[in-house]
Design a protein around this ligand. Structure first.
Ligand code: SF4
Length: 377
């Protein structure tokens, strides 16, 4: 049986926290001159090299940041790919263009390296809505349950978990626990938790967090767009509401949706995730048409506002500022570092024992109404 806590129990003060933290006003104006932009990118590339730093960027960041990461030998990926790339790269500094939990994940996997976030204020509604102290109380009230958390959490929450899950392993681990008769506390995303619960039939108590971007996709608007484009494939991230997920041809992580866009023979796709992903889709699947899934009702002023305000803080200008004043970088208390690493390691050990791959992009999304895997943000 799936139970749900009232939102005011699971997310104390979350809306206030969101209102305080959303910082569109801090996003600088785009650099209009192509010459100025090219000159700044050259300066940044030189500085990255001088500081022995590698830039790892999330798919949701600004296209200029994504391009710079690739042009300078870094990577563009989802959160686990970013952390793993930083771990395996020889650079002594990892610069994370993403949000706070991604920088923490990079530090957890690379404790000996200096890990810098491009912008200190870049956070995430899932992380904000799952405060460690509140989560501690929640878990303490349900000591009979295994604690399984998604990657979009702070190190302090990961350290409280029995398991951190990502990619296709989420379903395998929950099925494994369910087969052992174990009940589960899941955090933080309620939509993703409900999706996994539906796929596995496990007894999951869901923390009521959500992504402020994916939570806004609307099934009615999506149906209307599908009617206009009856041959389009619908790609949906599982942090979206269930009514939107139910309309999808493909459900998957950012990497899985990108692979589906490249590999599926269709020429038109409707995409329900942060629109930053369209840059990589258009680069890797040139000639195909990508349409943003609607986020707003009929009375709203925009049809699709699916951009994360915190990802938008990762500008070229912010990167220049960070490189000019790098500071010591991400610091995680040793006990939290060890605890978070332990729950991550448990997932990796499970994968090795069950011969499952943890590489996020390896489990490609399938088409034709197959909801296969869930992945990192
Ligand atoms: S898009 Fe959503 S899940 Fe991703 S960082 Fe922004 S708020 Fe968090």
């Amino acid at each position: 049986m799936t139970q749900r806590f009232p939102i005011d129990v699971c997310q104390p003060d979350s809306q206030d926290a969101l209102n305080r933290q959303i910082g569109w006003h801090e996003v600088p104006s785009p650099i209009k001159s192509q010459n100025d932009k090219a000159a700044l990118k050259q300066v940044l590339a030189t500085e990255l090299k001088a500081q022995d730093a590698v830039l790892v960027a999330h798919y949701y960041t600004d296209p200029d940041i994504q391009d710079l990461a690739l042009e300078t030998g870094g990577c563009v990926g989802d959160s686990l790919e970013m952390a793993r790339f930083g771990q395996e790269h020889k650079a002594s500094t990892v610069l994370v263009a993403g949000v706070g939990f991604m920088a923490e994940s990079a530090k957890i996997l690379s404790p000996e390296k200096r890990v810098l976030a491009v912008h200190d204020q870049a956070t995430c509604s899932l992380d904000l809505g799952c405060a460690p102290q509140d989560f501690k109380q929640f878990c303490a009230a349900h000591p009979d349950r295994e604690v399984v958390v998604y990657a979009n959490t702070s190190a302090a929450v990961k350290a409280q978990a029995d398991w951190v899950v990502t990619s296709s392993i989420a379903l395998d681990i929950v099925r494994h626990l369910h087969a052992q008769g174990k009940k589960i506390v899941w955090a933080p995303d309620r939509h993703l938790g409900a999706y996994i619960q539906k796929q596995t039939g496990a007894d999951m108590l869901l923390w009521q967090g959500s992504c402020l971007v994916h939570d806004e996709f609307k099934a009615d608007g999506l149906k209307a767009l599908m009617n206009e484009h009856p041959h389009a494939q619908v790609l949906v991230h599982p942090e979206s509401p269930a009514a939107v997920v139910a309309l999808a041809d493909v459900v998957g992580s950012t990497t899985q949706l990108l692979r589906a866009a490249v590999n599926h023979p269709a020429d038109t796709f409707i995409v329900a995730t942060d629109q930053g992903i369209l840059h990589a889709m258009r680069q890797q699947a040139p000639g195909k048409t990508f349409l943003a899934a609607p986020t707003a009702g009929e009375s709203a002023t925009c049809k699709s506002c699916a951009y994360c305000p915190w990802m938008a803080l990762n500008s070229l200008q912010a990167l220049q500022q960070r490189l000019s004043e790098p500071g010591p970088g991400i610091q995680i208390e040793p006990a939290l570092q060890q605890g978070a690493r332990r729950s991550l390691q448990r997932m990796m050990d499970f994968a090795a024992a069950h011969q499952r791959t943890l590489r996020v992009g390896a489990d490609l999304a399938q088409h034709s109404q197959q909801f296969l895997h869930v992945g990192a943000a």
